[in-house]
Write a protein that binds this ligand. Structure first.
Ligand SMILES: [Zn+2]
Length: 322
């Protein structure tokens, strides 16, 4: 695989070594595109949730992480106060530090950062009426243009951006917390395209635990997201955009497969999956070990996605006719 320059520095900073999958050449993938290309006609009921409450949001994040990772689990991530770290580095080392200075650059960044619990990472709010979220990290991959250096720099968290929409902002928050936690173990997966798997999975677990209405809502939102990615991927020629869309499609189908195991599994299975994720975050194993152990495939995930979608279409048809 020839690594495209657009993405080379991203891979180095986030610790991935590739961005490919056979899935996009498969019949199951074509089936998924054709199916949703013709059939996206969900007619969901209107969901009402309580008003947004920031205090409750952070409390929930802490509760969810303690429940699934355990109270003693180290949830601290590297963080730098919002400020001019980029300018300080530029002043000190210039934009193209010499190779013999790499260690100094890395030490400097490490020294400037501190460890904080991930649910204490500051939240800033977007203006949208939506459930968007972004886990914002310092983009050293935009500052330096040398993958050798970027590989050595730890991923530093900055803040989480969320739409302060309603009580269901909680599930977006959980999604972003798991992005930040997985960055603790830089290179937790080799494949850049797997980056959404854990976050989408935990978003589903969180909505399931909150209730049936919440899980229904999550399904509508994420199926729309999947649909957008499928359409984008088949209509665009923007390399970076296509990779982003592929990331969502692969993350979605694999997480659907993992969530199927989780939601149908007994407590022992649930605990086993939680433990795998704990080991991934703490750097004992890779995400690929979990994929292999539970035999997760996007092909199986695609089939489950369509089954799930059919179930919802039926359910909501009934609701509308009532
Ligand atoms: Zn995400």
């Amino acid at each position: 695989m020839e690594i495209d320059d657009d993405i080379k520095n991203d891979l180095a900073y986030y610790g991935y070594s590739k961005y490919d999958s056979d899935f996009f050449d498969s019949n199951d993938y074509n089936m998924l595109c054709n199916y949703f290309g013709e059939k996206l006609n969900i007619n969901p009921p209107i969901f009402y949730f309580n008003f947004f409450d920031k205090k409750n949001l952070i409390k929930y994040g802490k509760y969810f992480l303690n429940k699934h990772l355990g109270e003693d689990f180290n949830k601290k991530v590297r963080y730098i106060d919002y400020g001019s770290i980029n300018n300080k580095i530029k002043d000190k080392f210039g934009l193209n530090p010499k190779k013999h200075e790499y260690e100094k650059v890395v030490d400097y960044i490490k020294k400037k950062s501190k460890f904080v619990n991930v649910y204490n990472i500051p939240i800033t709010f977007l203006a949208g009426n939506d459930w968007s979220g972004i886990a914002v990290t310092y983009e050293f991959n935009r500052l330096f243009d040398d993958s050798e250096l970027l590989k050595k720099i730890p991923i530093i968290e900055s803040h989480i951006m969320l739409d302060p929409y309603d009580d269901l902002t909680k599930i977006t928050y959980i999604h972003e917390l798991y992005h930040m936690l997985s960055y603790k173990n830089k290179g937790y997966t080799d494949n850049y395209l797997y980056e959404e798997l854990l976050s989408i999975f935990e978003e589903k677990v969180s909505s399931m635990e909150l209730g049936e209405k919440e899980l229904d809502f999550e399904n509508v939102e994420s199926i729309y997201g999947l649909y957008d990615s499928l359409m984008y991927r088949t209509s665009s020629d923007d390399f970076y955009g296509i990779k982003e869309a592929q990331k969502y499609i692969l993350g979605y189908t694999l997480s659907e497969n993992l969530f199927h195991e989780y939601s149908n599994g007994n407590n022992k299975i649930k605990k086993e999956i939680d433990n795998y994720i704990k080991k991934i975050i703490s750097g004992k194993i890779k995400l690929e070990d979990l994929i292999e152990h539970f035999n997760l495939t996007p092909e199986e995930g695609a089939k489950l996605t369509i089954d799930n979608y059919k179930r919802y279409v039926k359910k909501w048809d009934k609701v509308q006719k009532r």
